[in-house]
Design a protein around this ligand. Structure first.
Ligand SMILES: C[S@@+](CC[C@H](N)C(=O)[O-])C[C@H]1O[C@@H](n2cnc3c(N)ncnc32)[C@H](O)[C@@H]1O
Length: 334
């Protein structure tokens, strides 16, 4: 049976042709909710996605597909979340990046993303398996009025990423040995010495003499991504080819994940190559790209044709992409 398993994830989407596909996955042009409705029940292992935040100013995206204001965010997002829940396998995970938003006119932040989290976890619908933080020091200080002019706020450099399990008891696929980080020099010394001051810590935590002294291939990573010293595990390239080609056509996506972010979660939360990763707000399709490089099947949905066209540079050479565009070999599906 397994030998006949299709290599791409296209078979999971009913009656809709992909815009483009690769060896492992397929990208679809269209609205996330409508496309999700075409996905078969309980077929997805992992969703890694970054929906549009509650935007105070629409100008953030060149082709701003939709402006979702903070007050109406729940109404917009919950039907999509219900589809996420339906398509996920019982032991599947939703990794949701919802960046923070400042309230207009005041130096205070909106709670909309925490409201989304609370709503998702109400009545054990989803459960918060763990909260992660995307460390993004390259972000510009903002809102300028509070950071640069009046100097009463500092630069936001972390954004929450919530790992939610469909199973209310958190029984979901995960393996931290696939995302180990290098030991620090002091930890290596300790491991070599082979002794540890055991006993009770002021916190009340009881440390056994050798409890932490088992040397593995690396140390357990913290919940900060991307984390320096991540053990080299992939042959994923950087954004280089994507960026240089998209710049030529002025179609660079302004809010991309660094590849390390989806790569970390795919490594951590999927165990086998046959498993399927979905991003319903794919943008430049960094999630699909990380999945492809890690040999996982993937599905990507994106509403903007320009972003989807640009994302093709992640998978194909520039000549091939240009040929696909000009010969109209790209199939428009939604
Ligand atoms: C924050 S970006 C995602 C960026 C992506 N993680 C990456 O690394 O490139 C959100 C994306 O959602 C898309 N989008 C907005 N509304 C959508 C909808 N209703 N259906 C599908 N995509 C949508 C936007 O065009 C945008 O590219």
């Amino acid at each position: 049976m397994r030998n006949h398993e299709p290599k791409t994830a296209e078979y999971l989407v009913r009656k809709t042709a992909p815009y483009y596909h690769t060896v492992k996955g397929a990208a679809y042009l269209g609205d996330a909710l409508q496309l999700l409705e075409t996905v078969r029940d309980e077929t997805i292992d992992l969703i890694v996605t970054s929906p549009p935040f509650a935007l105070v100013f629409q100008k953030r995206y060149k082709l701003a597909p939709d402006f979702v204001d903070a007050q109406h965010y729940l109404d917009w997002f919950m039907p999509i979340a219900r589809e996420f829940h339906r398509v996920l396998k019982k032991d599947g995970s939703l990794v949701l990046h919802l960046g923070g938003s400042w309230n207009p006119a005041y130096p205070t932040k909106s709670l909309y993303n925490f409201e989304v989290l609370t709503e998702l976890c109400k009545n054990d619908y989803f459960s918060l398996a763990q909260d992660f933080y995307w460390f993004n020091p390259a972000k510009m200080p903002s809102p300028i009025e509070w950071t640069n002019v009046r100097r009463i706020r500092v630069k936001d450099a972390v954004e929450p990423i919530w790992w939610l399990s469909k199973d209310s008891k958190g029984r979901t696929k995960a393996r931290n040995t696939r995302v180990l980080i290098e030991y620090t020099k002091s930890m290596l010394k300790l491991l070599e010495r082979g002794s540890y001051s055991s006993g009770q810590r002021p916190s009340g935590y009881n440390i056994s003499r050798a409890g932490f002294l088992h040397k593995n291939r690396g140390a357990i990573p913290p919940n900060l991504v991307p984390y320096p010293n991540m053990l080299p595990f992939s042959n994923t390239e950087s954004n280089g080819a994507y960026l240089s080609n998209c710049k030529k056509y002025d179609m660079v996506h302004p809010a991309r994940f660094p590849i390390m972010v989806p790569e970390f979660f795919i490594r951590f939360l999927t165990t086998r190559k046959s498993q399927v990763v979905l991003d319903a707000f794919a943008g430049s399709n960094s999630t699909g790209y990380a999945a492809e490089k890690l040999g996982r099947k993937w599905l990507a949905f994106e509403k903007s044709e320009e972003y989807l066209k640009g994302s093709m540079f992640r998978f194909f050479g520039p000549r091939e992409v240009e040929k696909m565009w000009s010969k109209d070999r790209v199939r428009s599906g939604a």
